[in-house]
Design a protein around this ligand. Structure first.
Ligand code: BG6
Length: 503
């Protein structure tokens, strides 16, 4: 593996296949993202987009569905008639029943019928249940369409626990080399998440402070105001820990805590993230009981509108929620056990149906070693770097300043604000746009490597096991709030509190 490779080229021709081509992810995210890249002239001219699903649709039927999806999910200003027609012209649909060998032969014929079939980069995006990843890979191998240029993209979750993740990785790994496997975590494609690396490592002033000597603690919150919607079947098997913490929150934590790599190469960043995952303090059952909080939303008000409970949301999609122990909220305290971070708490929090949609990272610094203004009026607060991942991407540095005016020194908290929208005045691309182009170019830097996924499961699994065997149920919190009170107590017992974005 070339550790130094940083540039990747767009191939001359590409067949981008989406398994699950009529699904929610494909229509809401993947096809609009590919459209945007086409609009920017980044897709290879000779690109086809092949939708595979069990729906009885011909090419035109799928094109009509995709046209509707573009209208719904692309801003009207970006819908350029010429590009839309060119984009729809790239689409082909194949109805495929994975159990029928004939259908696989038709897929083989579709891939081989094009000019330059032998030089075409084939991307297989598996936007389907992870239980199918191994099977689809095996079929692709059997019909002879996996060459050394081919790439497979796996959507999370990879497995349900460590053993099932290993089984999925083994099954896919029998067909594709690790360098051909792109495990997507769309949080890594968000502009503000990538900017975390730049903020930390392209500026000199932060890094000397970024350690246990100066940092008091770190908070990572991914709050959603939406409930589980139509995804109850999947979600009730997963819960917030598997759906969000095992992947998105731990990846954010890795970017905050990792050591600087020598450069941004295809393996270097991932090597450093892996070391963070391996340094997370293992949780004993006693730690789990003390340092984690599980919650589940009951009926409440979100943005002034009455919304139903988790159990009723499940029932609305014909699922039995009454016996469910699934958590829709998690708060926890952990530590990264290494030289840089020894003793610094990292607090993580995520939940559905909370009072707002906000993903943010707050680094709270320690107080100055000596208080020079003991007789001054006003208030001081610890310095904080507040990184707003979404919405309203930006950064705020909280400082203490002198309030202007004569008659002594009055201290007042102030902030330096950077808003992406005003600083850059350009559309922020959706995370999938960046990531799908990386797949086409063969750049795996922002994708999870097998060892990262498995290290994350290794850490998470004892927590899930303790929860599964504990007599306690998730605590109830009304929809539209910031979660169970116990999540507040988790910090208060250590003299700290959650920093909300408007503070
Ligand atoms: C997905 C989870 O990975 O991320 C969803 O499965 C969650 O449950 C979503 O809603 C959040 O993503 P974003 O980009 O809207 O913050």
């Amino acid at each position: 593996m070339d550790q130094n490779a940083t540039s990747h080229t767009v191939p001359a021709s590409c067949d981008f296949t989406v398994f699950g081509g009529t699904g929610d992810l494909a229509l809401r995210k993947l096809l609009p993202a590919l459209y945007h890249r086409d609009l920017e002239g980044q897709l290879p001219d000779d690109t086809r987009i092949l939708g595979i699903s069990r729906s009885d649709l011909d090419d035109d039927g799928w094109r009509a569905e995709v046209r509707n999806a573009l209208t719904a999910f692309v801003a009207a200003d970006d819908l350029d008639a010429v590009t839309v027609d060119r984009f729809l012209g790239r689409l082909r649909h194949l109805m495929l029943d994975a159990q029928r060998p004939d259908d696989w032969h038709r897929f083989h014929a579709l891939l081989k019928e094009r000019p330059r079939a032998e030089e075409t980069v084939r991307v297989f995006y598996l936007a389907v249940a992870p239980s199918l990843f191994g099977d689809i890979s095996r079929r692709l191998d059997e019909i002879g369409v996996v060459d050394e240029r081919a790439r497979v993209v796996l959507e999370k979750p990879i497995g349900h626990d460590l053993a099932s993740a290993q089984a999925v990785n083994d099954a896919v790994g029998r067909v594709f080399a690790e360098s051909q496997i792109f495990r997507i975590d769309h949080y890594l494609g968000k502009e503000s998440v990538q900017n975390l690396l730049v903020t930390r490592f392209a500026n000199a002033f932060l890094e000397p402070l970024w350690n246990s000597r100066w940092v008091d603690h770190v908070q990572i919150t991914v709050a959603e105001s939406l409930g589980v919607g139509e995804r109850g079947g999947y979600y009730d098997q997963a819960g917030a820990m598997r759906d969000m913490v095992q992947n998105h929150l731990l990846q954010l934590l890795c970017l905050v805590a990792m050591e600087p790599p020598s450069h941004v190469g295809r393996e270097t960043v991932r090597d450093e993230k892996l070391k963070v995952l391996q340094a997370l303090k293992p949780m004993t059952p006693v730690d789990v009981d003390r340092d984690t909080v599980r919650g589940r939303y009951t009926a409440g008000l979100v943005d002034g509108e009455a919304v139903s409970s988790y159990v009723d949301d499940l029932a609305a999609t014909d699922l039995q929620g009454s016996g469910s122990r699934t958590e829709t909220f998690v708060a926890m305290r952990t530590e990264v056990q290494n030289w840089r971070w020894a003793g610094v708490p990292f607090y993580l929090r995520t939940g559905k149906r909370m009072d707002r949609r906000a993903s943010e990272i707050v680094v709270v610094f320690k107080a100055p070693p000596h208080h020079m203004f003991p007789h001054s009026e006003g208030t001081t607060e610890p310095n904080r770097l507040h990184i707003q991942v979404q919405p309203d991407e930006g950064m705020r540095l909280h400082l203490t300043a002198k309030e202007p005016g004569p008659g002594g020194i009055r201290l007042r908290p102030v902030s330096l604000d950077l808003s992406y929208a005003t600083a850059f005045e350009q559309r922020l691309p959706d995370a999938y746009e960046r990531l799908l182009m990386d797949v086409i170019k063969g750049n795996p830097t922002l994708f999870m490597r097998r060892d990262e996924v498995e290290a994350a499961w290794t850490w998470v699994e004892p927590i899930l096991t303790r929860w599964a065997t504990s007599p306690d149920q998730p605590l109830r919190y009304p929809a539209g709030t910031s979660g169970p009170i116990a999540a507040t107590t988790l910090l208060e017992r250590e003299g700290r509190s959650w920093q909300e974005s408007d503070q």
